[in-house]
Design a protein. Sequence first.
Length: 226
Amino acid sequence: MRRKLGRKMAIMLIMIVILLLSVSCDKNNNGQIHETAKKSNEKISTNTDVDYINKKILIIYYSAANLNDVDAVSSATAVGDGDGATGTFAKYIHDRIGGVVDRIIPDEDYPLDYDHILERAKKEKNAREYPGFSLTTNPEDYDIIFVGYPIWSYDMPRVMYTFFARYDFEGKTIIPFNTYGSSLDGGTYDKIRELEPDADVVDGLAIEGKSIDSSKKYVEQWVPEL
Ligand SMILES: Cc1cc2nc3c(=O)[nH]c(=O)nc-3n(C[C@H](O)[C@H](O)[C@H](O)COP(=O)(O)O)c2cc1C
């Protein structure tokens, strides 16, 4: 009798241990899935807070255009002279929502090779420069302004600081978007909120530059079709 009871207790104990182990495994798996989803931008919520109806929409972007596949620590892989990763991102937004697309053209060309453009970007960043640029449109004529840029040295390229300093965005909606090598948004959305306290700066979307060709689906989840 005692023996039977002991065996039953032992079986129950083993079952409890198995149960506890499976719960903790589940937790780990969920954690990993969440991280992977975050990294690959699979968990994107559509920005339902923005009212796009009857609003004038502008999609502004800056892109080095010739350095698609680089990051701050690796060497450059130049990819032609098209629209660049950020320009492609801008096109995806336009395909979805319409509006006007305009590209920030710096007054001075940047070098084409990675080492030199990085050197120049760092110099501009350290000296807090405000490089000049031109646009075809006046962003102040629009209600909703998508603003796109690549991450440079863990930040926005300095020409974007000139952009935010030049225009009055009070009462406007700013929607940031960016491409990167590894830094995601690099804290730049919060930085834009600091630069534009009188605008409504909503959560942006960051896409890895080298994955841009296969990333249209993420943009389609992010902005509604108009
Ligand atoms: C000068 C320079 C600095 C960069 N610094 C970073 C960085 O700090 N973090 C990062 O994730 N990517 C960095 N990148 C990679 C770019 O953000 C990425 O390749 C981007 O998709 C390029 O976009 P584009 O083709 O529109 O110019 C850097 C690229 C350049 C040219």
